[in-house]
Every structure is written in structure tokens, then in C-alpha cells.
Design a protein around this ligand. Structure first.
Ligand SMILES: Cc1cc2nc3c(=O)[nH]c(=O)nc-3n(C[C@H](O)[C@H](O)[C@H](O)COP(=O)(O)OP(=O)(O)OC[C@H]3O[C@@H](n4cnc5c(N)ncnc54)[C@H](O)[C@@H]3O)c2cc1C
Length: 428
């Protein structure tokens, strides 16, 4: 730790913190990033898929240099019952077109690389130190306290993740509520490159992204994911924390059952578990966004609640980059005025409000109630999979038509329930 005063201290070496440090250091500001893990990314977790458009704007051509695993060319979505499945396999060159492209990443190497990029622009990375508290003088955040030592700055950027205790201490953020977050578990399972290519129908650096819904969360709001890395796969589940606590199975058991499912078991067969992690994910949309700016302080990335869980895709890393960009621009303008008060730093919120991050979160808020409908995670997948499975069964006697099946299912679920759900879909 140093006694010098910095222009900016960034707390947290995830995507949000490293990108903000990179942008600010590049413009000549003195920046120190403090990360509690041994290096940037060492404690970080994600499902695995980075939508590239926002980082591309900050670092054009980043994927040629960064440790990305594979570029996604193939999308699969599966609906599961306990022993049946329906899978949609979508493959399109559009996925790889510039602007649409996405990459599978492992955070420990990817964030570390982003930290090195920030360092190469002159940012100082202090790893292995947890920021315990903030220095507040005359109602302004003036620095940090770590391990009993103090460090001053004009602005402190809180990029300390979903559970930002520092924003909470400042009264900018409310404590997390279990119904507002999902808990995710992920395993990285090592396989050979050849096994991955063969099991997923890939070649070269092509990657596959696969989402799973239905029995794998035992009817709880959430889903499963699988991403192919170069020589491993990232596989996991997310479930709403409140609903999980009301359910009958612990997350680990759901994860074991998921990996034993007839569709998934052959994909992980013979692999070595090389990494296990669990993490919270904000999923309550705009109502999770805290106060974003104050005197001498900004909140970015997951600390600012900026994650979009759309079921078939989770987006948080691309939004972390957008918030880092908006914060960096606001700080640079504040620096030009030497005014780091809340009214000067408000520019960050103004920029974020018109960005695609907030626009998409607000658009997704319309779906929030719909996504909580428990039938989406049990009865409807079961109904669809069952009907499609029966389409292919011939056993003599009078054959059931798909219409017989639809009518039977409508009766079983209740006509009113289905009508209400259709009305809800129409409102979206
Ligand atoms: C299961 C799961 C699957 C997901 N899948 C995807 C996906 O496929 N694609 C996608 O785009 N997003 C996904 N997300 C969301 C995405 O991972 C997050 O949005 C993203 O990690 C946010 O980055 P961040 O930098 O804001 O926070 P984080 O990555 O959480 O980084 C916070 C950093 O702050 C550090 N820190 C915390 N407190 C302190 C302290 N007091 N002092 C010093 N350092 C501190 C931490 O060690 C960490 O390095 C997923 C999330 C989960 C949980």
C-alpha cells in the first residue's frame, strides 16, 4: 500500500474493475486497482460466454490476443423431463459475424489478461488485499482502508461484485434479498479436444453454447448451461435462491442429477473435474440497481446489479464493460473540472441510462413476473417433451394424434391457467 494520493482507486479485479482501470490509465490518470484474490480473476466465476460487442469497442480485435477458449458457432436448447428430452440445434454463420460474436472464456485467465492490459497502460494492480472499508471525510469518499493501511484518491470505483459490502456500508445499496438473486454452481470438466469436437460436432476453434430447462432444476426457476472450452467444458446450474430454499433438493444434488441425465451423461463421461465454483447472480432487474454515484464514488458491474438473465442466455460481462466505459468517461470529465462531487459524477448515471445495458434491463423487467411462473420450469417442458416423444411412438391400435395430446394436456393443466399464461405472453 502507498501513502500517495491517486486519481482513482478501483476496488475489484473482475471484468468491470479491470476494464475501468484500463480505460482510465490509458487516458493518463493515476489508477490503482485493489483485488482481494491473488490475481485479477482468481476468485471470479461466470457461466462462460462473453458477448463481444462491448469489449470490442474498448479493445478492438481483443480476441486475437486474449485467452478466449472458443468462438460460439452452435447453439443448443434442451427441454428435459427426468428421462426424456427435446433439443433444438441452431447453427449459423451469423453467430460469428463481427458484432454478433461471442466467446467462451474462463475468468481466471481472461480477467488476469485484462488486468495485465490495465497494467500495460500504467495502472497499478495491488492483488492479495481486501478493501475493508472506505475513508469518508466531510461526506465524501476519499479513499480506502485495507489491512489497516489507508490510501487516498479523488474517486473510488466500487467494482466489488454482486455482494458489494462497501456500497452497502455507504448506504448506497440495500442488503441482497434471496428472491432477488440466483445461486449458480459450475464445474469445469477436463476432456480432450478430440472428445469435445466429437461429442458436440465441432471443429477447429468452434464452440457450442447449450441451455437446459425443466427437470434439471426440479421445477425451480432457473436453468442449466454448458459451454465448450478448448479442452474442457463448463457446466452448471442456476436457481433462484429463495425458491431453492423452499424446494426439496439441495443444489449439489440437482447438479448431480443434471449430470446423470441421459442427455448430459454422455457429454461429461470420463472427464476430470478440475474446478468447482459457486456464485450469486443479480436477477431482479432494475429494482436491484443501487444508488450509482455519490461524492467521490461510483458503483459499476455486478455491484450495480447489472446482469440480465433471460433464461436461454445470461448477460453480465458485456454489461460490466458498458458500465466501466460509462464510469471512465464520467471520471475523465470530472477530472477535467477537478470536481468529484456527486453532481459532477452524476454523468455516469446519465450515460448508463441511455446505454443498451439499462435499456435491455428495463425491457427485460416486463418479463420478470412471467419468468417466475413455476409452470415454465415443470408442467410446460414436461408437456412439450411428452407430446413430441409420443409423436414418434407407434404401438398398434388407434394412434393418438397430437391434437388428442394437446387437449389432454389442456384438461390436465386447467383451461384457465393456460389462458392466463397466454394472456401474459401477449402482454410482453
Ligand atoms: C452461474 C453464473 C453464470 C453466469 N453466466 C454468464 C455468462 O455466460 N455470460 C455473462 O456475460 N455473464 C454471466 N454471468 C454474470 C457475470 O459472471 C457477471 O455479471 C460478471 O462476473 C460481473 O463482473 P464484475 O467485474 O462486476 O464482478 P465480479 O466478476 O464478481 O468481480 C468482483 C471482484 O471484486 C473482488 N472483490 C470483492 N470484494 C472485494 C474487496 N472488499 N476488496 C478487494 N476486492 C474485492 C472479487 O474478488 C472479484 O475479483 C453469470 C453469473 C453466474 C453467477
Amino acid at each position: 500500500m502507498s501513502d500517495d494520493k491517486f486519481d482513482v482507486i478501483v476496488v475489484g479485479g473482475g471484468i468491470a474493475g479491470t476494464v475501468a482501470s484500463y480505460l482510465l490509465a490509458k487516458e493518463g490518470l493515476s489508477v490503482v486497482l485493489v483485488e482481494r484474490g491473488n490475481f485479477c480473476g482468481s476468485k471470479n466465476m461466470t457461466g462462460g460466454r462473453l458477448y463481444a460487442y462491448s469489449l470490442e469497442e474498448v479493445m478492438p480485435g481483443f480476441a486475437n490476443e486474449a485467452p478466449v477458449e472458443r468462438k460460439v458457432f452452435k447453439e443448443r436448447i434442451s427441454l428435459l423431463t427426468m428421462d426424456q428430452s427435446v433439443t433444438l440445434d441452431v447453427r449459423s454463420p451469423k453467430f460469428a459475424e463481427s458484432g454478433n460474436d461471442s466467446y467462451v472464456v474462463l475468468r481466471s485467465s481472461f480477467d488476469r489478461w485484462l488486468g495485465e492490459k490495465a497494467e500495460s497502460e500504467g495502472a497499478m494492480i495491488v492483488a492479495g488485499y481486501r478493501v475493508d472499508d472506505l475513508i469518508v471525510r466531510d461526506d465524501k469518499v476519499c479513499g480506502i482502508i485495507s489491512n489497516g493501511e489507508e490510501m487516498d484518491a479523488d474517486v473510488v470505483v466500487l467494482a466489488d461484485g454482486v455482494n458489494s459490502l462497501l456500497a452497502e456500508k455507504l448506504g448506497m445499496k440495500k442488503p441482497l434479498r434471496p428472491e432477488h438473486v440466483a445461486v449458480g454452481v459450475k464445474e469445469v470438466i477436463q476432456l480432450t479436444r478430440g472428445e469435445i469436437d466429437e461429442r458436440f460436432g465441432l471443429s477447429g476453434d468452434e464452440g457450442c453454447a447449450w441451455s437446459f430447462f425443466g427437470a434439471n432444476t426440479d421445477g425451480i426457476q432457473g436453468g442449466g448451461f454448458l459451454y465448450t472450452n478448448k479442452d474442457s467444458i463448463s457446466i452448471g446450474l442456476t436457481c433462484n435462491l429463495q425458491k431453492l430454499s423452499e424446494g426439496s433438493k439441495p443444489l449439489m444434488q440437482l447438479m448431480n442429477d443434471f449430470q446423470s441425465h441421459p442427455v448430459v451423461a454422455p457429454l461429461v463421461k470420463g472427464g476430470n473435474l478440475i474446478e468447482y465454483s459457486a456464485h450469486l447472480e443479480p436477477e431482479a432487474g432494475a429494482k436491484m440497481i443501487p444508488q450509482l454515484y455519490g461524492n467521490g464514488v461510483l458503483v459499476i458491474g455486478d455491484a450495480a446489479g447489472l446482469t440480465l438473465n433471460l433464461g436461454h442466455k445470461v448477460r453480465g460481462m458485456d454489461l460490466a464493460v458498458i458500465s466501466a466505459q460509462c464510469a471512465a468517461q464520467a471520471i475523465l470529465e470530472a477530472k477535467s473540472r477537478e470536481d468529484f462531487t456527486a453532481s459532477s459524477l452524476r454523468k455516469y448515471k446519465d450515460l448508463l441510462d441511455v446505454s443498451s445495458a439499462i435499456q435491455n434491463i428495463e425491457a427485460r423487467d416486463k418479463y420478470l413476473e412471467f419468468m417466475e411462473n413455476p409452470l415454465l420450469y415443470n408442467a410446460y417442458p414436461l408437456m412439450i417433451v411428452d407430446m413430441l416423444a409420443r409423436l414418434f411412438v407407434v404401438k398398434g391400435g388407434r394412434a393418438q394424434t397430437i391434437f388428442d395430446d394437446i387437449l389432454k394436456n389442456i384438461e390436465a393443466l386447467g383451461k384457465n391457467q393456460i389462458e392466463n399464461d397466454f394472456k401474459a405472453v401477449k402482454k410482453l
